[in-house]
Design a protein around this ligand. Structure first.
Ligand SMILES: [Fe+2]
Length: 182
């Protein structure tokens, strides 16, 4: 999935037919400029480079329900682009995959969605919590899997965190926060 996402981003830079007509930047896109693309993790650096280059022509979005719930600080430091999926660079109703950014120190409260999910850490580091389990640290090159409807939360480290996510199953339904967050 890493290579596929990187390839679509690279193509978007040269193929007008692929580039989304509704390109829109969010404040969080500024954090990409501060990212140092290192060579750690197989395939990671090429995807990050393509992401940084394509950032201005992508449609940056936030989960709609989060805008009414999460703090302005969170919203200024969070956003994602859908590369494959409904409304993505490459349309699909069966898979949804893209790249998201979370600023240093953010806490992404517990949430859930019907799609099965895999996250890949591309930059920075994060602690992931599944259900009521322990917080598990994940670094560049590592991945995390969430079952459909499994509650999960993230705490981000001292650096900007970039994650690739991939959904399968019910990809049309957005994530929602779990109200009784502790
Ligand atoms: Fe998720």
């Amino acid at each position: 999935m890493l290579a596929e996402v990187g390839e679509h981003l690279t193509t978007a830079l040269t193929d007008d037919d692929l580039a989304t007509p509704e390109a829109a930047e969010l404040p969080v896109a500024r954090l990409l400029a501060g990212i140092e693309v290192a060579s750690d993790g197989p395939g990671v650096s090429s995807v990050l480079s393509a992401f940084a280059a394509a950032a201005p022509i992508l449609r940056w979005v936030q989960t709609a329900a989060y805008k009414a719930t999460l703090s302005q600080h969170f919203l200024d430091n969070y956003g994602y682009v859908r590369v494959i999926g409904p409304g993505g660079l490459v349309e699909s109703s069966e898979v949804s995959a893209g790249l998201g950014i979370w600023g240093a120190g953010l806490h992404y409260p517990r949430h859930e969605h019907p799609a099965e999910e895999t996250y890949h850490v591309l930059h920075g580091a994060a602690d992931f919590r599944r259900g009521d389990g322990p917080w598990e640290p994940k670094a560049v090159g590592e991945s995390v899997h969430h079952e459909p409807w499994e509650h999960h939360a993230q705490r981000f480290g001292d650096e900007t965190c970039v994650l690739l996510w991939a959904w399968t199953g019910d990809v049309a339904v957005d994530a929602r926060l779990i109200p009784d967050e502790d």
